[in-house]
Design a protein around this ligand. Sequence first.
Ligand code: COA
Length: 656
Amino acid sequence: MPQRIAIVGAGTIGPDIGYYLKSAIPDLTLVLVDVAPAALERAVARIEGYVEKGLARRKLTEQQAVQVRRNLVTTQDYAAMAECDWVLEAATENLELKRKIFRDIEAVVRPDALITSNTSSLPASRLFGDLTHKQRTTVTHFFAPAFRNPAVEVVDWEHGDPEVLDYLRWLFCTTGKVPLVTADALCFMLDRVFDNWCNEAGHLLDRASASEVDSVAADYVHAGPFFVLNLARGNPIIVETNTLQMEEGAHYRPAPIFGSVDVWKTTAPGERVTVTPDTETAVRDRLLGILFSQTVDILDRDIGSPADLNLGCRLALGFKQGPLDLMRSLGDAEVGRILERFARERPGMPTAARDLAAYRECRRVVLVDGLDGVKVLTIRRPQALNALDDEVTDELLGVIRQFEHDPAVRGFVVVGYGPRAFCAGADIGRFPEMLGSLNDCVQYSRDCSRLLVHLDRMTKPVVAALNGMALGGGVELALRCRGIVATRDAWLQFPEVTLGIAPGIGGMVVPYRRWPQAASVFHDMLRLGRKLDATRAHALGVIDALVDPQDDLIASAVSRVGELADTASSAADLDGPVEIPAPPELDDGAFGKRPLSREVIGIIDRAVAAAAKADGLEAALEIGYAAFGATACTEAAREGVTAFLEKRRPDFARTG
Ligand code: COA
């Protein structure tokens, strides 16, 4: 971790980045540098405002607040950067000014100090071309608000050292950001989408008003282009960045109206004006046209990966669906029609060079890396703490099937993206549509099991690397892997009972069959939602190895794959019935402050007992699927799931 970071430029984004860094990196000294003392004062006040808000909303502890306030240095003197490990430039978007700043920075910092720019549009080759030690430079482009928006573009450029790129990716990921790697193109990846989306909205003003455009856009984004432009005071930025992109052709010309309007008269998110059907179609086709045109161009030119583009549009730009998801849901015929119309109306704009399927079909949520003959599969759904949905299940299964018979592959590691979660369980967003239907729910569990049943029967080992919390389906996934390694601060929990449901894909079956000696611990987890921390799980034999948080979890998981490579699959061990103690009676005191549903606990108890006695794993699993279905048809389930989605505490006293 860096010990001392300087940010040059104390405007808006500089202090926002500073607040993120200070809250994410303990004991960091942050040096804010600006030519204007007033800007520095405002920056410190801004950071203090965030601290106070964080404390009031309990997002920040007192101790974190002390950490953020401590070691915050402001200066006009570049000499204060001498000992910095990283200098991040966040000054005005002006090439000559930035180049001068970088020369001045290089004159004072160590040759190995990182130097990065927060530019949204200017390529690294232009910014750093005349520096002596170019290899430690690149672009790290944040999105507003930088302390909360997880996306950061990290630019892979000609003279940048690949190790610097890897280090920055690791650093951002470890501190809760989602780094997205882009090529050194004008405006990189996401601003090509955003600027052209806004610019197209400007060009559309000859057909519709700003509020009409924003109303149509509301189907695709949380806030329409004109609303966002008002928020960011972005009109001059569109003129600047689209003028820059005109190096690639006159079709990127900024809409002239951006030069003469200060604030747009438009509707706020959630409000819509009525739009006639003709206007609506014309606006929709053009907005989707520019989105798809940029998408195919970015992918054809390898500016970013499909998965990063798809995720980045959601995280950074507030799209409701990634462009590739949108292409998939609209279908090739409709996307083809939109692109053809767009090509007619906006000649020169990029168009698809390949079959549309080649763009939309890609792995979206599982990243695949290789290490010492082991495939490392990372579940990346940072917006839902890596919760499991069909896409995650299918992609994990797809990669495993692709490589399990490859002699060059020794086995697999499954890990969650980021510092917090291995996997937060099944995606609760899908539950409301099936609650109440016994058949749907039982079938849902059976379907969700397809990956886990495959794991049971695999010859090559799969090791779960628990990098944080493993909840519900995340625990069920880990327990079906041949081995588990975890960081010391990881933990496992079945929170289902707090939602009024039961863990349906093996949670009531497999732990008892694999570790019957820990039955009473599993009883408490299933019936009361108790957490099992990694140290205790290790002592119980559930986790094979523990790793200190600063050590390399993946390396440990890979070496565990090596140890397990010659052992047999665990499916056979799980087939026989097991003897387990009956769970204790629960008095009201067992629940603490929050009563749970006795009806749901009763269903869990009966399923656990019946599954333990069942002959054969498959029969035992079926008991679990059926019990999940039974809980999902209770009033408690409706209350628990609704309460989670409404972000309130469930009231099981009312439902029983
Ligand atoms: N399914 C869908 N979304 C999930 C999820 C899940 N299992 N777990 C977390 N998320 C989402 C949250 O809804 C939230 O989305 P939002 O930012 O759009 O509101 C995001 O992930 C971050 O989670 P949040 O709840 O804001 O973080 P937190 O630190 O306050 O709480 C948890 C973390 C894990 C305690 C809480 O998210 C939780 O209870 N999740 C449900 C876990 C669960 O019951 N899993 C078993 C399902 S059967």
